[in-house]
Design a protein around this ligand. Structure first.
Ligand code: ARG
Length: 470
């Protein structure tokens, strides 16, 4: 098929057509355009342009009148976009040229001076940073909301006993509060990763002027200050070409989603008839179109599933960046959709988790029964024998035999009569039952990081102080 041509003149409606003698193929125009997705960056593009114009006026490249006209024009355009009245054009390729063309349409020749001493390479690298910085702050706040909900839940359930598992086999009793605090710690590291990344990415690309810097007497520190960057980027080639901050965000997001997927998996198991450890309120579940009895844990299932797409975005960005020569390459236009989707997915997942977790209803009796069923205090009996002077390996062997007897009789260790227990070791006396109870077992793990209710309460107090510290 012959090429479709766009525009009436070779230069068409583009802002770069001077050296071209035919207009872009219609499909190529659509194929290379990014406006359908990068228009999301409009507010940051406008903020970057306003700061650039102010800096150009400060150093005398623009007159004050020109600068004022640009600032007023861009402010009106922002309002136009927000009213849904802006006419986005694929022929103008991306968010940057759409806004710039509209500015010139509105204010005339001053609009054509805005692009002095800058490039779209600088603009896009700046816009994404500004956008991501705001999204990081929103995500930080959602993470904190979820963490606070977990602390409240942990506090309510500091004494509730459930089986702790290793390899999904009952291992030792733990408190539900302690279990929630484990997820709190996961999220605490995620939060700290996010804050580190925010600091690292907060340097300003503007002034790179495509790649080498510009011949105008620009004041990059001033622009950086206007935009809330910590400093201008040190190297112009680096400033426009690397997307490591987007990769880092996706790495943060993939780790966070991996944590949430594990958490989800537990919630899904715990709502099943076999576990029955918790109830999820109906508003977080759906039913089955065929099986009337069903209540499905959609929210944790979907969050578990969405982990896959975020992991995919991380790999997409790493692969996009791999082996790119300096400086900017058009490949980098492909950074946006994975990044945007990772942001949307993380925000949605955190929001729904933060809404749902405070509403989780633990079924204390059920959890207690499950902890009793799996010989979860066997290690306590071994430790008891060690305290009576036995070597741990011998104690382990003896308790193993007692468990075998319990299985035969269908009874937990705490339900075996004293005489029965004494057949395994004369060192066992009536005080053994204090350590064989679930409450005795958890209360005995009374050190920093342990599951004892007193330790859980102390950990919650420390956690609240850590949160208050930022
Ligand atoms: N839409 C482009 C992107 O997202 C903007 C930068 C284009 N730069 C260029 N030299 N064509 O990467």
């Amino acid at each position: 098929m012959s090429s479709d041509k766009t525009g009436d003149t070779p230069t068409g409606s583009t802002l770069w057509g001077g050296r071209f003698s035919e207009s872009t193929d219609a499909f190529v125009q659509a194929f290379t355009a990014s406006v359908t997705f990068d228009k999301r960056l409009y507010a940051y593009d406008i903020a970057g342009s306003i700061a650039h114009a102010r800096m150009l006026a400060k150093v005398g490249v623009l007159t004050t009148d020109e600068c004022n006209a640009i600032v007023a024009g861009l402010t009106d355009i922002r309002a136009e976009i927000e009213r849904g009245e802006f006419n986005w054009s694929v022929a103008l390729e991306d968010v940057h040229m759409n806004i710039e063309a509209r500015l010139t349409e509105r204010i005339g020749v001053a609009g054509k001076k805005l692009h002095t001493g800058r490039s779209r390479n600088d603009q896009v690298a700046t816009d994404i940073r500004l956008y991501l910085r705001d999204e990081i702050d929103i995500i930080s706040a959602e993470l904190r909301r979820l963490q606070t909900g977990l602390l409240d839940l942990a506090e309510r359930e500091a004494d509730s006993i459930m089986p702790g598992f290793t390899r999904l086999q009952v291992a030792m009793p733990v408190t539900f509060g302690h279990h929630m605090l484990a997820w709190f710690e996961n999220l605490q590291r995620d939060h700290s990763r996010l804050r580190d990344l925010r600091t690292r990415m907060n340097s300003m690309p503007l002034g790179a002027a495509a790649l080498a810097g510009t011949t105008y007497p620009i004041d990059r520190a001033y622009t950086a200050e206007l935009l809330g960057f910590d400093a201008p980027a040190e190297n112009s080639l680096d400033a426009v070409s690397d997307r490591d901050f987007a990769i880092e965000f996706c790495a943060f997001a993939a780790i966070l989603m991996t944590h949430l997927s594990r958490f989800s998996e537990e919630l899904i198991l715990w709502t099943s008839a076999q576990f029955g450890f918790i109830d999820l309120p109906d508003r977080f579940c759906t039913g089955s179109s065929i099986m009337p009895q069903k209540k499905n844990p959609d929210v944790p299932e979907l969050v578990r599933g969405k982990t896959g797409r975020v992991n995919g975005h991380l790999i997409a960005l790493l692969t996009l960046m791999k082996a790119q020569p300096l400086a900017y390459n058009k490949d980098n236009q492909e950074d946006k959709e994975p990044l945007f989707d990772a942001i949307d997915t993380v925000k949605g997942s955190l929001r729904v988790f933060a809404d749902m977790m405070p509403a989780v209803q633990p079924r204390r009796e059920r959890m207690r029964e499950a902890a009793l069923a799996g010989f979860s205090t066997a290690t306590d009996l071994a430790d008891y024998l060690v305290r009576k002077g036995m070597a741990f390996r011998d104690a382990h062997e003896i308790v193993g035999k007692a468990v075998k007897r319990g299985i035969e009789l269908g009874k937990d260790l705490s339900q075996l009569p004293l005489e029965e227990l004494q057949k395994f070791s004369p060192a066992i006396s009536a005080d053994v039952f204090a350590v064989l109870t679930l409450e005795g077992s958890v209360a005995a793990r009374n050190h920093l990081g342990g599951t004892a209710p007193a330790q859980v309460r102390a950990a919650i107090t420390r956690a609240r102080t850590r949160l208050a510290g930022g």
